[in-house]
Design a binder for this molecule. Structure first.
Ligand code: G
Ligand code: G
Ligand code: MN
Length: 253
């Protein structure tokens, strides 16, 4: 309960900030976009990470106003960057199952896009497999509506969830993000086989692919060699402040 109060106060007092982690075209090194990652500048405690508060936000329902703030701030920033000529391909926002299944989710997305003036094709919504496959009769039409708006859909942590292959085929998915555990495993022989199988599967479904959690030169080289278009990870760029991301994207693209 006291944790909930602290989160409510954080919203009221504007203590949340966004960090941006670049996604990179592996062949050219160009920045293709950014994933938005929520941080809480908690008074007296420094930076708090989602692992420390997202569960409480979800169980208390506060994830709804927090998620709305994230979406609005991300769209506003992306629009500002695009207007000053930053070659930003897309901005990816994480959405929890609790947000996505909220009745008002789609109207919120629509309203925020309108209010910020961001062209919807620059927005990507990221959801885990389990969020996507929780309630298919609800999920499929909701995803279709997002697609109709022009928003992109990404499956986060691909390979770790319980989504059946038929969902992955039938849902209107643009991108799969291969979970970092598979990326870290490529140093083992079986890990190489699994990683190439995941790539082949994504191609088979005609999805774009991002390899997540690239931490070493070896991992980078492996995914580049196997024609994975994009990567994300500490080796390519850590989550960083708004200013740092703008500087990096200006210099690189
Ligand atoms: O940065 P990292 O520790 O940054 O994030 C940990 C987890 O928190 C990830 O699984 C990520 O999807 C989730 N996350 C980060 N930012 C947000 C956000 O704005 N909304 C939601 N719902 N999840 C987020
Ligand atoms: O679950 P999701 O993929 O949305 O969350 C991304 C999480 O991974 C964030 O917590 C982010 O800070 C973290 N992350 C980003 N790059 C790397 C990396 O190279 N290695 C590891 N271990 N974590 C990373
Ligand atoms: Mn993500």
């Amino acid at each position: 309960k006291s944790d909930e109060r602290a989160l409510e106060r954080a919203l009221e007092h504007d203590e949340f900030i966004l960090h941006y982690q670049p996604t990179v075209h592996l062949e050219s090194g160009a920045i293709t976009g950014a994933e938005v990652l929520l941080r809480w500048e908690r008074s007296g405690q420094g930076l708090n990470f989602p692992a420390q508060f997202i569960t409480i936000a979800e169980s208390s329902g506060l994830i709804l106003p927090i998620g709305e703030w994230v979406l609005r701030e991300a769209c506003r920033q992306a629009r500002a960057w695009l207007q000053c000529g930053l070659g930003l391909g897309r901005i990816a926002v994480n959405v929890s199952a609790a947000e996505f299944s909220d009745r008002r989710f789609l109207s919120k997305v629509r309203a925020i896009l309108e209010e910020t003036g961001l062209d919807p094709r620059y927005l990507q919504i990221e959801m885990g497999e389990d969020s996507l496959s929780r309630n298919p009769p609800h999920t499929l039409p909701a995803l279709q509506e997002l697609k109709n708006l022009g928003v992109r859909i990404a499956v986060d942590n691909f390979g770790t969830g319980r989504a059946s292959l038929s969902f992955l085929r039938e849902f209107p998915i643009d991108t799969v993000k291969i979970d970092k555990s598979f990326v870290h495993n490529i140093e083992a022989k079986s890990g190489k086989a699994v990683a190439t199988a995941l790539l082949a599967m994504a191609w088979g479904f005609n999805h774009q692919i991002v390899a997540e959690g690239i931490e070493t030169q070896t991992q980078h080289a492996f995914f580049k060699k196997h024609h994975c278009a994009e990567g994300q990870g500490y080796y390519l760029g850590r989550p960083m402040t708004t200013e740092a991301f703008a500087a990096l994207a200006t210099q690189r693209n």
